[in-house]
Design a protein around this ligand. Structure first.
Ligand code: XMP
Length: 512
């Protein structure tokens, strides 16, 4: 595998994803990891990420030189390059201003990293740095320059240490994937062996070992892709010793339970408990309009019901969860910059402690795009694999204000039209999330000769890469017109549709 040492770059996860896309397993450790911790991963190559600090500052993160004595191929990116130069006797120029954005890379001489690039006249690369290397350490050669930086890449072919001032991991760097692949295959001599079918085989084997011969496992199904993949992996490993519990909270979209859970029931011989708990949820939500209270009630009710159902199964030793790699990467943070941001509010915390069970987390190593590829491998249909993310509290946080069955009904019908129109127009896969929100106000309209006071539906359709930032999707106006017309004509009780044109930040994707 490749170990990526994180110096706090916002792009560290992207490096890991690109390496894996090339077919090599990679892991992220903080730059504070000890040599023993790094060695324990049996790395075949090491990548030092970028970062916001300046190597010349006193308290900036450092390189443990012991790593270099192992003779492994090393790639330093941005801060990683400066760190290597600094440690090996090169010179760094401290700049007042950051260079940010595109630059044109001029290759100075042939080297394994540039294989496949030489024929092209121009190479657009993405820069994001303050300092740069002014003089290379002994044994290094200058491999490329740009208008602004005389040493944009350097390398020591003997020691197999290469450094890039630009970011090969970002999509804006034209041949970034080729350069990274060249490092992995031409410099480090690795073989592409990380595929999703090998992941499935290895995981099934591991799960069998971890769980043993007799124990039972429970998992919650939500209708989302992560829990579905968790269930199918465990099903492959231990068959009917897995029980899936689907707590239907009555806050799902139209036909969602039937579409996803029904599909699983039909196509896989799962042990599946479908708990129809709408009344319990809606009863407890009666009269509640505070968003945080709604979330809490739903979370607690879920745990209670899940717990109750799980207690009915004998000999349950493990709870399976769909924790993903971004949730477990340890982040570093130090003065002067951002670190890898971790999302946490999505997981149902507290379950395992309460239930005194062991945890099984077969997706712990995967990024979201890899989960989708595993889902393909497992034979799930596109309609499940590419379903938009849906929040745990469901439509409860999209019915603004009090949740009642009639208001849920209005939202479901409007939302169904949004989904249908996005799909029919070929936009469903292009957007991150698209949905309807029911507002807690009525506005005036005319219908025939009468004035009406009816509900308002807001459309929220956004582009995003990871939900951390988002922007409203510039949908064609005729598509918006079709959604609006259909909602007003087909959904009784709605006379107005508005389009949300706010970005995140400062807005959020959801309205509550
Ligand atoms: P926001 O609204 O924070 O949403 O921009 C970011 C992403 O997270 C989803 N989301 C949630 N998911 N429980 C969840 O499981 C929640 O309480 C929750 N709130 C928001 C949202 O749909 C978007 O994909």
């Amino acid at each position: 595998s490749v170990v990526i040492l994180d110096y706090g770059s916002q792009y560290t996860q992207l490096i890991a994803r690109r390496v894996r896309e090339a077919g090599v397993y990679s892991e992220i450790l903080t730059c504070e990891a000890t040599p023993e911790e790094i060695k324990a991963r049996e790395p075949q190559a090491i990548i030092l990420s970028g970062g916001p600090a300046s190597v010349t500052d006193e308290d900036s993160p450092v390189l443990n030189k012991e790593i270099l004595s192992w003779g492994l191929p090393v790639l330093g990116i941005c801060y990683g390059m400066q760190l290597l130069a600094h440690n090996l006797g090169g010179r760094i120029t401290k700049s007042e201003e950051r260079e940010y954005g595109r630059a044109n890379l001029e290759l100075s001489q042939a080297c394994p990293l540039w294989e496949g690039l030489e024929e092209k006249d121009s190479h657009v690369v993405w820069m994001s740095h303050g300092d740069h290397v002014e003089a290379v350490p002994a044994g290094f050669e200058i491999l490329a320059k740009t208008n602004n930086v005389p040493i944009a890449a350097m390398g020591n072919s003997e020691e197999k240490i290469y450094c890039l001032q630009f970011h090969p991991e970002v999509a804006h760097t034209d041949d970034g994937s080729t350069i990274l692949s060249n490092f992995l295959f031409k410099v480090a001599g690795l073989e592409p062996s990380w595929t999703m079918s090998s992941f499935v085989d290895a995981t099934v084997k591991d799960l069998r070992e971890q769980i043993g011969e007799d124990e039972q496992v429970v998992c919650g199904l939500s209708g989302g892709i992560d829990s579905t993949v968790v269930a199918l992996l465990l099903h492959k490993a231990i068959g009917k010793r897995l029980t899936c519990i689907f707590v239907d909270n009555g806050l799902l979209r139209m036909n969602e339970g039937e579409e996803v859970i029904g599909y699983l029931r039909e196509h896989f011989d799962l042990n599946l408990v479908w708990v129809k708990a709408q009344e319990e949820f809606l009863g407890r939500l009666k009269g509640v309009d505070d968003p945080e209270k709604k979330r809490k009630i739903i979370g607690h009710t879920f745990i209670e019901i899940f717990d109750r159902e799980a207690a009915k199964i004998d000999n349950v030793k493990y709870l399976a969860q769909g924790t993903l790699y971004p949730d477990v990467i340890e982040s570093i943070s130090f003065k002067g910059g951002p670190s890898v941001v971790i999302k946490s509010h999505h997981n149902v915390g507290g379950l395992p402690e309460k239930m005194k069970m062991g945890l099984v987390e077969p997706l712990r190593e995967l990024f979201k795009d890899e989960v989708r590829r595993v889902a393909e491998e497992l034979g799930l249909p596109e309609s499940i694999i590419w379903r938009h993310p849906f929040p745990g509290p469901g439509l409860a946080i999209r019915v603004i204000g009090e949740i009642t069955e009639p208001r849920l009904d209005i939202l479901r019908k409007a939302d169904k039209i949004v989904q249908e129109e996005l799909r029919n127009a070929g936009w469903y896969r292009k957007v991150w999330q698209g949905f309807a929100v029911l507002l807690p106000l009525k506005t005036v309209g005319v219908m025939g000769d009468d004035r009406t006071y009816e509900h308002v539906i807001a459309l929220r359709i956004v582009d995003s890469l990871d939900a951390m930032t988002a922007d409203w999707t510039r949908l064609p106006s005729d598509l918006l017109a079709r959604m609006s017309n259909r909602i007003i004509n087909e959904v009784k009780g709605v006379n107005r549709v508005v389009y949300d044109v706010s970005s995140k930040p400062p807005g959020t994707i959801e309205w509550e």
